[in-house]
Design a protein around this ligand. Structure first.
Ligand code: COA
Length: 367
């Protein structure tokens, strides 16, 4: 039997045309485009088309996809009264998991699912605040309508651009844990909704997509740049992991951190203040120093979640929505991977090495 690795580090489990993560160079390519290029020029619908169809859309294709995404949001909104207690869950990812399970497995999956998630996430947030859900406006882009369904007003263009930059940038990222989970379920010939629910379940954890809310909590707890070093030293001395740092693949700074910093700078240039950017940069410097001192052999830099927190905060999202918003974006990648896995057509079924007690003889077992 092959050597085991409890985290499957370095193991190639699929061939994919969807995205490539170069952890040494700090480069992310999505279907032939550097993520920096996509984030600067594309809306989320463009990248959905890229992931699902293999090319950026023509103007007519984009209009068609945008309209169908709008219809999917309206269909999800009509489903809200039938979601039972899904939207009264205390945690947004638990709500999303439950609500997504109500989608019909036979729908044309990708558009229905990706269209539904922002409706569920915004309705959940409003329910936690005792507010009614806001009906989608199918004429808007998904990013604009998502912000409108959260806040109740048509958002200014700068915020929509910030949201698009976020959604585009995190839409896919190689064989991350949630994508793997979705592909495992798809490989059993289960339905697309079940595979996406598996992705949501994996993304929920703080070692994957659950970190950006805690990142903001950490920035609040640190409070001021001059307290960063002492705060981080104490956290590390207590054996805590610093949220938003470290990555299984990247040995350099996660390229998406720089994309988000630029998106924040663009927002600032359009007079949208970023309340925590300066503090975040100071904490990043202090954390890198503290982590280098403790793990000189292991480069630990900012991962996507650190500046996710700062960008989504600047766009005006409450921290409870950070991970559900990650799910909205990554669902585009999950759906593309689910389709690719189906084409591969092979059950994912690795092995384990038994290290339990040796079997008793039948006679001894019955005695
Ligand atoms: N803070 C402090 N120490 C960290 C760390 C962090 N954020 N990330 C890794 N380390 C340390 C580990 O404690 C370990 O030290 P040890 O060998 O003395 O036990 C060493 O670095 C290697 O970590 P390992 O667990 O092997 O790395 P991994 O590839 O399994 O983990 C993450 C990757 C993302 C799970 C990990 O870096 C982490 O927990 N980060 C914080 C959570 C986070 O930001 N999640 C979002 C990910 S995008």
């Amino acid at each position: 039997m092959a050597a085991s690795s409890s985290g499957l580090d370095g193991l190639v489990v699929a061939e994919t045309e969807l995205s490539e993560v170069d952890g040494e160079q700090g480069r992310l390519v999505i279907r032939g485009f550097d993520v920096e290029v996509l984030a600067e020029r594309s809306e989320f619908e463009d990248v959905c088309h890229l992931l699902w169809k293999g090319a950026l859309p023509s103007a007519a294709e984009k209009a068609g996809l945008r309209a169908r995404m709008g219809e999917a949001r309206s269909a999800a909104y009509r489903l809200l009264p039938h979601l039972g207690d899904a939207l009264t869950q205390a945690d947004g990812m638990t709500a999303l998991r439950a609500a997504t399970g109500h989608l019909s497995a036979s729908d044309p999956a990708a558009i229905s699912i990706v269209g539904a998630l922002p409706v569920f996430a915004s309705a959940w947030l409003r329910a936690t605040r005792g507010l009614p859900a806001i009906a989608p406006d199918p004429s808007l882009s998904l990013a604009a309508d998502y912000l409108r369904m959260i806040g109740g007003e048509l958002p200014q263009m700068a915020l929509v651009q910030g949201m698009d930059a976020y959604l585009v940038t995190v839409s896919d990222h190689g064989m991350n844990a949630s994508t793997f989970a979705a592909r495992v379920v798809a490989s059993t010939a289960s339905d697309d909704v079940s595979a996406v629910v598996a992705g949501i379940c994996a993304l929920k954890g703080p070692l994957h997509g659950g970190a950006p809310g805690p990142v903001l909590d950490m920035l609040d707890a640190i409070g001021a740049a001059e307290q960063a070093e002492a705060w981080l030293e104490q956290a590390l001395a207590q054996g805590e992991r610093i949220m938003g740092f470290g990555h299984r693949i990247y040995r350099v700074r996660d390229p998406r951190a720089a994309v988000f910093e630029q998106a924040i700078e663009r927002l600032q240039a359009q007079n949208v203040a970023s309340p925590r950017l300066a503090l975040a940069r100071a904490v990043e410097r202090a954390a890198e120093g503290a982590l280098r001192a403790r793990h000189p052999e292991r480069p630990l830099h900012t991962n996507v979640e650190f500046y996710t927190a700062v960008l989504l905060d600047t766009v005006g999202l409450p921290r409870e929505l950070f991970t559900p918003t990650f799910a909205v974006a990554r669902a585009a990648g999950w759906c593309a991977h689910i389709a690719e896995q189906r084409r591969a057509g092979r059950l994912i079924r690795p092995e384990s090495r038994y290290v339990g007690p040796p079997p008793l003889s039948r006679v001894a077992a019955l005695a």
